[in-house]
Design a protein around this ligand. Structure first.
Ligand SMILES: CC(C)(COP(=O)(O)OP(=O)(O)OC[C@H]1O[C@@H](n2cnc3c(N)ncnc32)[C@H](O)[C@@H]1OP(=O)(O)O)[C@@H](O)C(=O)NCCC(=O)NCCS
Length: 148
């Protein structure tokens, strides 16, 4: 049975493992440590195996999706959609009414996921992400909660 639940500091090493083998642009230890301590972090388990991780902040009624990573072998089977949908339902319980996010222009899979869930593209933040010896633009997206 799939299960979405809170992640704690004791999940740090597992988060880093999933991220370093799955994400070409890993967040790294310092960011995960801070987020697990200070933000809302939720994981997706299947049969007690942690397959995906996500992090959110809330300022007043505005949720920011900070990160979401599905382990490589578990992609393309609805895990990301499930985790994000439940994650945002979770954030609504704390007063979230709108979700904002940034995503790399080149990340067509994540952009497709967000669009499918009803996020609209609001604009571009130029040279937001480091990329090799240069920078990459971010697409700014938002959606009202609950998602449609
Ligand atoms: C982006 C990510 C979270 C998506 O998770 P996922 O579990 O593979 O996605 P899902 O199976 O839930 O798919 C949901 C939708 O995403 C899109 N999608 C998923 N895989 C795709 C692919 N290979 N190509 C194009 N679109 C794809 C589709 O729109 C899909 O909807 P559909 O199944 O109805 O067609 C995952 O690819 C990931 O962890 N990527 C690396 C980290 C990352 O980029 N995170 C986002 C940071 S902003």
């Amino acid at each position: 049975m799939p299960r979405v639940a809170m992640l704690g500091i004791h999940h740090l090493e597992h988060c880093l493992l999933i991220e370093t083998r799955s994400d070409p642009h890993p967040w790294g230890r310092v960011n995960w440590l801070r987020s697990l301590r200070d933000d809302h972090c939720l994981g997706y388990w299947q049969d007690n195996e942690l397959l995906a991780i996500s992090a959110y902040t809330l300022v007043l009624d505005e949720v920011s999706l900070l990160n979401i990573v599905v382990d490589t072998d578990s992609r393309g089977s609805g895990v990301g959609r499930h985790l994000l949908t439940e994650g945002l339902e979770w954030m609504q319980q704390f007063g979230g009414q709108r979700c904002l996010l940034e995503v790399r222009v080149s990340n067509t899979v994540a952009r497709a996921l967000y669009s499918k869930l009803g996020f609209a593209e609001d604009g571009i933040r130029k040279k937001y992400y480091p990329l090799g010896d240069g920078h990459e633009d971010a697409v700014l997206m938002s959606a009202d909660l609950p998602l449609l």
